[in-house]
Ligand binder design. Structure first.
Ligand SMILES: [Zn+2]
Ligand SMILES: [Zn+2]
Length: 348
C-alpha cells in the first residue's frame, strides 16, 4: 500500500478537501462532503487479470512490505484487518470480537481486486431476504437479523493455474454374469487447472469461500488501488506462494481423483493411486469483496455472508424445533396413511 501522505492526498476531494470513500453503487470514490465523484479507472485496468509464474525450485524473492495504515487486531480470532482512511467499526468483521489497534501490517503486495458492486443497503436486504426464505426458520429470527448490521470486508484469495502430468492406478467393477468383479487399470493423462480459487487466510472460512466462489470472473479484476478499499476493511496477504499451494493440496487432490474417475470411465472406480508432475504454476494474490452479518440466536453466534460482487447470500441459521416437530408429525401421519392404504389393499 502507498505511504500515509500519498494515500491521504488520493482520498482528499480536489474540490472541497473533504474525505472520499469508495461507493459500490457508482464504483468510484465519492466525496462525503460535496458528493464529487472521483473515477478510479486507469489505463492498467486491462492488465489487472495478469497471472504470475511460480517456480517451486527458485528461491522466492517476494518481500513483505509494511504500510502505514491502521491495523485492527482481533483478540478473539487473531484476524488482522486494515482500514484505509477512517475505520468504520470497532468490531472484527470476521467474528464480531473486539479489536485492538496496532501499527503497520507487514504483508505481501496485493496484485488485484474485484471492487464491491453491491451497496451496503442492498446487502442488508439480501441478508434479511435470505433469512426470511429459510425453511422452518423460527418466527422471531427475521426481527433479530433485521437488527444486525452488515460489515464490508475485502478478503484475501489466491488463484492458481497449473498443468498436471498424471500417472494413475485404479480399480473398477464390472458385471460378469450375476456377480460384480474387480479389475485393475493404469494409465496416464494430462489435465489443467485454471483459476482455482483458494482462501489465503484461515479466517476465510468455507462459508465465506462458498459465498463468493460462483461469482468469480477474472475480467472483473482491477489493479490494486487504496481508493477501492477506502471505507472498507481489508485483510492483507500474509501467506507465501508455497503456503498457498500447500493449503490447496486437499482440494486439488479431490479434483485430480475426480478427473481420474472420469478418464477411467467405468463404474465403481476406487483404490486410486496417482503420481503427478506439476508444471506451469501461475498465481494471483487478490482481494474479493464480501458483506458479513453477525447475529446471535439463543446465545449462539451465527453469520450470513453476502457476495459483494453479485449479492448472492449464504449463511448459518437456526431451525425452529416447533416447526420441525410439526413437519415430523406430518411425515409420520403420511407414513401411517400410506401404511393404512397398503394394509387396506391387502385385505382384498
Ligand atoms: Zn468534496
Ligand atoms: Zn475476529
Amino acid at each position: 500500500m502507498q505511504s500515509a501522505e500519498v494515500l491521504q492526498k488520493e482520498l482528499q476531494c480536489s474540490k472541497c478537501g473533504g474525505q472520499c470513500t469508495y461507493q459500490p453503487a457508482q464504483q468510484c470514490l465519492v466525496c462525503e462532503s460535496c458528493g464529487t465523484p472521483v473515477p478510479l479507472e486507469t489505463d492498467a485496468d486491462e492488465a489487472a487479470s495478469a497471472e504470475f509464474p511460480y517456480d517451486p525450485n527458485a528461491v522466492e524473492a517476494d518481500p513483505k512490505t509494511v504500510d502505514a495504515s491502521t491495523v485492527h487486531h482481533c483478540e478473539t480470532c487473531g484476524g488482522d484487518v486494515v482500514f484505509v482512511g477512517r475505520a468504520l467499526s470497532e468490531r472484527c468483521a470476521y467474528c464480531d470480537g473486539p479489536v485492538v489497534l496496532r501499527e503497520g501490517d507487514a504483508a505481501f503486495q496485493t496484485m488485484a481486486l474485484i471492487p464491491f458492486r453491491v451497496p451496503q443497503g442492498d446487502a442488508q436486504d439480501y441478508t434479511e431476504a435470505w433469512v426470511k426464505d429459510r425453511w422452518a426458520a423460527p418466527n422471531d429470527l427475521s426481527a433479530i437479523v433485521a437488527k444486525g448490521r452488515v460489515a464490508g470486508i475485502y478478503v484475501p484469495f489466491w488463484t492458481f493455474d497449473s498443468t498436471e502430468a498424471i500417472e494413475y492406478w485404479a480399480s473398477y467393477r464390472v458385471r460378469r454374469g450375476k456377480r460384480m468383479v474387480t479389475r485393475r487399470t493404469t494409465g496416464s493423462m494430462s489435465t489443467q487447472f485454471n483459476d482455482l480459487l483458494v482462501p489465503a487466510s484461515p479466517h476465510v472460512t468455507p462459508l465465506i469461500r462458498d459465498g463468493i466462489l460462483h461469482d468469480f470472473d477474472p475480467r472483473r479484476l482491477r489493479p490494486f488501488r487504496a481508493g477501492y478499499i477506502a471505507g472498507f476493511a481489508a485483510e492483507q496477504h500474509h501467506q507465501t506462494v508455497e503456503d498457498g499451494l500447500w493449503s490447496n493440496k486437499d482440494d486439488k487432490d479431490l479434483l485430480i481423483r475426480n478427473r481420474i474417475k472420469t478418464q477411467v470411465g467405468k463404474s465403481g472406480v476406487h483404490n486410486i493411486f496417482y503420481d503427478t508432475k506439476t508444471t506451469g504454476i501461475h498465481y494471483r494474490r487478490i482481494l474479493l469483496p464480501v458483506w458479513i452479518m453477525h447475529y446471535e440466536y439463543q446465545g449462539k453466534a451465527k453469520k450470513v455472508v453476502v457476495c459483494g460482487i453479485d449479492g448472492r447470500a449464504y449463511g448459518e441459521r437456526p431451525f425452529s424445533t416447533w416447526k420441525l416437530g410439526g413437519l415430523s408429525a406430518l411425515v409420520s401421519s403420511v407414513t401411517i396413511a400410506i401404511g393404512v392404504a397398503w394394509g387396506a389393499g391387502g385385505w382384498f
